[in-house]
Design a protein around this ligand. Structure first.
Ligand code: ZN
Length: 412
């Protein structure tokens, strides 16, 4: 329960209500981080964004459920061999198209849910015509105009003299398309377009269904991630994602770094803005008001930890957290061994943010003080321990730990 104790130390300390403390205590590892983010007043929509868009990469349950339903309906089209789907075809849809106008006898909540999702489903499915015996002429999307019942309207079946239950093959005679003359501009467009579409042919096998992929193309398989990516609300990419989230990072450090970048840590200025009666002064320097930008790293105390350590790895160390990401991304080479510098400086940055926040909490809630020199030594120990766990694959190349030792001349 490392996360739980971490949470209690870092955010529950903020004099949150007993109810919320109890709630935290009941949370398991996976949900604790979410509650911490909510405790720090990060909106649910922010949390649910992918990490590359500034969120925590959590998927909304309702989006997850929608993708699950879409998959169920896709299987209805793609899984001919399943007994359950054969049963649905025979007893529920009774040879009518799933995308048709209804007239079914929904038996259960599950089937009602499958029917409710039809408008969304129609946007994802396309039909590739083979022998034309499976695709519904009116309800499947097999032309560039989408479902023809929508394109031509409810009078379409009468105008083209093709019944609603017809398959695509029913619109042919002797291997060619067969229609009466067009009676509307839309019908004219359709007939003109079909002159470029080969009629159904048994040599092409049976009709098959295709699923829309994120790039707008269609493929014969369902992609859960690709579908989720298309139904969720997207946000612009954030340049700092790779600075916060990376393989060598420590998850709880990354999380505090993420909150700090979003200015969502419960600093004293924020607590006061919520109406809480807390002092305004920074407990690390006792000189200025405690704000996010003061702690990272305008504060003299925090700066005395960050500056000497970071300047050993990269020159021109910025003193504002908001400048650190571009500083790291623009100044670290991607080729080995200097690429090690990027991993080390990111780990160092999140370690300093974490240690600063921890010291701030310790001073407020347990009245214990640690000197900047002792904190630097502690960060150095953490860095060594972490980097030790990443040996190089190739015995001749420099390890992360060796590169770190090369940077860190004494005194720290
Ligand atoms: Zn300060």
């Amino acid at each position: 329960m490392e996360w739980l104790s971490f949470g209690v130390r870092f955010l529950c300390y903020q004099k949150l209500s007993t109810k919320r403390l109890t709630l935290f205590a009941l949370l398991s590892y996976g949900t604790t981080i979410l509650s911490l983010a909510q405790g720090a007043r990060v909106s649910w929509s922010d949390i649910c964004r992918p990490k590359s868009e500034g969120g925590l990469g959590i998927r909304k349950l309702e989006d997850f459920e929608t993708v699950f339903r879409l998959k169920q309906v896709w299987d209805l089209f793609a899984k001919d061999g399943s007994l359950w789907y054969a049963w649905l075809h025979r007893y529920i849809f009774r040879r009518k198209s799933y995308l048709g106008n209804g007239g079914y006898t929904p038996l259960s909540w599950t089937i009602r849910k499958l029917l409710q999702i039809r408008p969304l489903f129609a946007q994802f499915i396309r039909c590739s015509i083979g022998d034309g015996k499976k695709a519904s002429f009116w309800y499947d999307s097999w032309t560039e105009f989408g479902p023809l019942i929508v394109f031509l309207g409810s009078t379409g079946p009468r105008d083209l003299r093709i019944r609603k239950e017809a398959k695509v093959i029913d619109a042919t005679r002797d291997g060619d398309w067969f229609f009466p003359g067009a009676r509307s501009p839309s019908a004219e467009m359709l007939l003109l377009s079909l002159t470029n579409v080969p009629p159904p042919d048994s040599l092409r096998g049976s009709d098959s269904f295709l699923w829309r992929q994120p790039q707008g193309t269609f493929a014969d398989s369902f992609s859960t991630t690709g579908t989720w990516d298309q139904i969720r609300v997207t946000s612009p990419q954030v340049p700092w994602a790779s600075v916060v989230w990376f393989k060598e990072g420590v998850p709880r450090y990354s999380f505090i770094h993420w909150l700090a970048l979003l200015d969502r840590l419960p600093t004293r200025d924020r607590l006061r803005s919520w109406g809480m009666n807390v002092p305004a002064t920074c407990v690390l320097c006792s000189s200025y008001s405690e704000t996010n930008s003061h702690l990272f790293f305008e504060c003299e105390f925090a700066r005395s930890i960050w500056l000497p350590l970071a300047s050993k790895v990269l020159p021109n160390t910025p003193l504002l957290l908001s400048h650190t990401s571009s500083w790291i991304l623009n100044n670290t080479p991607t080729s080995a061994p200097h690429a090690h510098g990027k991993k080390i400086i990111r780990l160092l940055l999140q370690s300093v943010i974490y240690a600063t926040w921890r010291e701030r909490n310790a001073r407020i809630f347990t009245d214990t003080h640690t000197s900047a020199a002792a904190i630097k030594l502690s960060i150095d120990r953490t860095m060594r321990d972490r980097l030790l766990s990443y040996p190089t694959q190739d015995s001749r190349s420099v390890t992360l730990l060796q590169y770190y030792f090369g940077c860190m001349s004494l005194p720290l």
